[in-house]
Design a protein around this ligand. Structure first.
Ligand code: ATP
Ligand code: MG
Length: 585
C-alpha cells in the first residue's frame, strides 16, 4: 500500500532522509544540555561546600558549552522543521499530480467504479491527511525514540531506583494514551468517510445548480447539506470529547511523577546519596521521556488515522486501467469500415444479462448507417464499442479490417469521432473549444467545420464571433447550438468514422437535414453512423439498423424495413401520424 505512494517522493527523498537526521541532532543536544547544566550545578555546589575552589573560567566553560549546544539544537530544530514541511508539501504535490495523471488513463469502466465525489475527496482531503501524517512522522518518529533511549540510559547511570520509577510512569502513560487513541481512531475514520458524502452533496448540487433551481429544490438541497455537515460534526465532536480527557490526564501523570521524583530525590540528597545537579538532570530526562511517549503515541495516532487516506490514495494509483494498448499496436486505421462479429457485451463482468447480444453486421467505408431503437435498447452502448471505450465480452469488432483491440487506442480514437449523447463543452472561447478536435486547425478549417455543422450562422450573430466565451460546460449557448458546436468539433478531427449519438435531437429538422446533406457532399469517404429518434434523420441512410433490447431486430433500407420490420413500421407510422410534418416531407 505504502509502496504505491513512494514514487511520489521523487525530488524529496534527500530531504525525507535528512529530516530525521537533523532531528536526531536536536534530540542529542536536548540530552547534553541538562547534563552540562547538572554538572555545573554539582560544581557550584561543591564550591559552596568548600570541596572545590570556584574558578570563573570553569563556569564560563560550562556556560559556553551550554550556549553552543542550545544554538546547535535550535539550528537542527529549524532545519528539521523546514526540511519536513518542504518534503511533505512536495510529496503531496507529486501525489496529486500522479493521481490526476493516473485518472486520465482510466477507461470508462474504471471511472464508473469510483464516484467523482470520491475522487475529489481522495485528491484533496486524503492527500492533506497523508501529508500531515508524513510530516509528523519524519520529524518525530525517529527523534522521540532516540530521545527516549538516550534519556533512559543516562538516567539509569545516575540512579537506578529513580530512573525505574519514571520509566514505570512512562509505561502507565503509554497505556493510558494508547487506550484513548484506540477509542478515538474509529471516530476519526468514520468522520473521513463522511467527508465523501459531504463532497458528493456539494459536487452534485453545484454542478446541477440550474436543475436544482428550476425544480425549486433549494431547500431540499440545503437539508441534504445540513445532514452531511451534521454527520461530520457529530463524529468530530465524539472524537474530540474523548481527546479532551487526554491532556489533563497526561498533565496529572507528569506532575505526579515530578513530585515523587523531587520527594525521593530530595531525601537521597539529604542523606548524601545523590548530588543536586544529578537530580536536576533526572528531572529534565523524566520530562523528556514522558513527552517522548506522548509524541510517539501521537505519531501512531496520525499514522493510523491517515491509514484510511493512504489506502484510498493507493486505490487510485493502483487501479489497473481496464483497457490497455497491445504489445505491438497497429497505428494506422486503413479505412472507415466497421465489422461486428457475434458481439456480446455487459457493463459488468458479473452481470446476469448482456446489454448487447449477438450483434453481427458490417459497414463499408463511406457508408451512412442509421440506428433506430427505443430508449435503453443499447444504441449508445453499441457505438461506444467502436472507438473501444469498452471491450466486448465475446465476439469481435473490426475497424478498417483490424480488431479494435489490436490498435493503438489513441490512433483508433483519433479516427473515430463520437459526438456523445451527453455533449460537453468547456469554458473558453468557441474556437478554443473547436480546437479540441484538432489543436493545429487553421482559422479557415475552423470556419469550414462550423459551416458544415450549420453553426456559422449563429456564430456570426454573436458580436464576439469565434472568440465568444462559452462559460463552464458551455452554458452560454442553447442546446441546439451546443450540439452543432460539438459536431463541428468532431468534424475538425478529420476522422474516418463519424458517429452522431442523437446529436441533432435539439436541432430543428431543416438544419438537421442541412447538416446531413453537407456531410454527404463534403465528406463522402467518411463512414457516418447516425443514432436518432426521428426516422427522418436516418431515412436516406444506405442502411438502417433497428435495435430492441440489445439485439438487432431489423437491418435494411427505409423501404425494405417498412416491409420487413414491424417495429420500424410502427415507429414510422406513429411519427407520421403523430403530425411530425417534417417527417412527412
Ligand atoms: N455506464 C453504464 N453502466 C452500467 N449500465 C449502463 C451504463 N450505460 C448504460 N447502461 C445500461 O445499458 C442499457 C443500454 O443503455 P444505452 O445507453 O446504450 O441505451 P440507448 O439505446 O442509448 O438509450 P437512449 O435512447 O435513451 O439513449 C441500459 O439498460 C442502461 O441502463
Ligand atoms: Mg443513448
Amino acid at each position: 500500500m505504502v509502496k504505491s505512494l513512494t514514487p511520489s517522493l521523487r525530488g524529496y527523498r534527500a530531504l525525507t532522509i535528512l529530516t530525521p537526521l537533523v532531528m536526531i541532532g536536536e534530540a542529542v543536544m536536548e540530552i547534553v544540555i541538562p547534563f552540562v547544566m547538572g554538572d555545573l550545578i554539582n560544581y557550584l555546589n561543591d564550591c559552596l561546600d568548600g570541596l572545590d575552589t570556584m574558578q570563573m573560567s570553569q563556569v564560563l566553560l560550562f556556560g559556553g558549552a551550554m550556549l553552543l549546544c542550545a544554538f546547535f539544537s535550535l539550528l537542527c530544530g529549524v532545519l528539521g522543521g523546514k526540511f519536513a514541511s518542504t518534503a511533505s508539501a512536495g510529496f503531496a504535490k507529486n501525489l496529486r499530480r500522479d493521481m490526476y495523471a493516473k485518472i486520465q488513463t482510466y477507461s470508462f469502466a474504471n471511472i464508473d467504479k469510483f464516484s467523482t465525489a470520491s475522487l475529489v475527496t481522495r485528491l484533496t482531503t486524503d492527500v492533506t491527511n497523508t501529508q500531515n501524517a508524513f510530516q509528523m512522522c519524519i520529524r518525530m518518529l525517529v527523534r522521540a525514540p532516540v530521545l527516549f533511549i538516550f534519556a533512559t540510559v543516562m538516567s539509569y547511570q545516575i540512579h537506578v531506583g529513580l530512573a525505574s520509577m519514571f520509566i514505570a510512569a512512562a509505561i502507565v502513560l503509554g497505556i493510558v494514551v494508547a487506550i484513548v487513541l484506540i477509542k478515538v481512531v474509529p471516530y476519526f475514520r468514520t468522520m473521513f468517510k463522511k467527508y465523501d458524502s459531504l463532497n458528493a452533496v456539494v459536487q452534485e448540487d453545484l454542478t446541477a445548480i440550474r436543475v436544482v433551481k428550476s425544480y425549486v429544490r433549494e431547500s431540499y438541497e440545503i437539508e441534504k447539506m445540513k445532514h452531511a455537515t451534521g454527520e461530520v460534526y457529530e463524529y468530530s465532536v465524539k472524537a474530540e470529547k474523548i481527546l479532551n480527557y487526554l491532556m489533563p490526564v497526561i498533565q496529572v501523570v507528569i506532575n505526579l511523577t515530578m513530585v515523587l521524583l523531587l520527594f525521593f530525590g530530595g531525601r537521597l540528597i539529604i542523606a548524601g546519596n545523590l548530588q543536586i545537579g544529578d537530580l536536576s538532570k533526572l528531572l529534565s530526562y523524566c520530562a523528556q521521556i514522558l513527552t517522548g511517549v506522548i509524541m510517539v503515541a501521537m505519531c501512531l495516532n496520525f499514522i493510523s488515522m491517515s491509514r484510511g487516506s493512504v489506502e484510498r490514495i493507493a486505490e487510485v494509483l493502483d487501479e489497473k486501467p481496464s483497457l490497455s494498448n497491445p504489445a505491438e499496436p497497429v497505428t494506422e486505421v486503413k479505412d472507415g469500415s466497421v465489422e461486428f462479429d457475434h458481439v456480446d457485451f455487459a457493463y459488468r463482468a458479473d452481470a446476469e444479462k448482456n446489454v448487447l447480444s449477438d450483434i453481427t453486421f458490417s459497414i463499408r467505408s463511406g457508408e451512412t448507417v442509421g440506428i433506430i431503437g427505443g430508449t435503453g435498447s443499447a444504441k449508445t452502448t453499441l457505438v461506444s464499442l467502436i472507438p473501444r471505450l469498452y471491450d466486448v465480452k465475446s465476439g469481435s469488432i473490426k475497424v478498417g479490417g483490424v480488431d479494435v483491440r489490436d490498435y493503438d487506442m489513441e490512433a483508433l480514437r483519433n479516427q473515430v469521432a463520437v459526438v456523445l449523447q451527453k455533449n460537453v463543452l468547456f469554458s473558453g472561447s468557441i474556437s478554443e473549444n473547436l480546437r479540441w478536435g484538432n489543436e493545429n486547425a487553421t482559422d479557415e478549417e475552423i470556419r469550414e467545420a462550423a459551416s458544415l455543422a450549420q453553426a456559422s450562422e449563429f456564430i456570426r450573430d454573436i458580436p464576439e464571433g469565434f472568440d465568444y466565451d462559452l462559460g463552464q460546460g458551455g452554458v452560454n449557448v442553447s442546446g441546439g447550438q451546443k450540439q452543432r458546436l460539438c459536431i463541428a468539433r468532431a468534424l475538425l478531427k478529420n476522422p474516418k468514422i463519424l458517429i452522431f449519438d442523437d446529436s441533432t435531437s435539439a436541432v430543428d429538422t431543416k438544419t438537421d437535414a442541412l447538416i446531413r446533406a453537407g456531410l454527404k457532399k463534403h465528406a463522402p469517404e467518411v463512414t457516418k453512423i447516425i443514432i436518432a429518434q426521428r426516422i427522418a434523420s436516418v431515412q436516406e441512410s444506405d442502411r438502417i439498423i433497428v435495435m430492441d433490447e440489445g439485439r438487432i431486430v431489423g437491418i435494411g433500407t427505409h423501404e425494405e424495413l417498412l416491409k420487413t420490420s414491424d417495429i420500424y413500421r410502427e415507429v414510422y407510422e406513429s411519427q407520421v401520424k403523430g403530425g411530425d410534418e417534417d417527417a412527412q416531407k
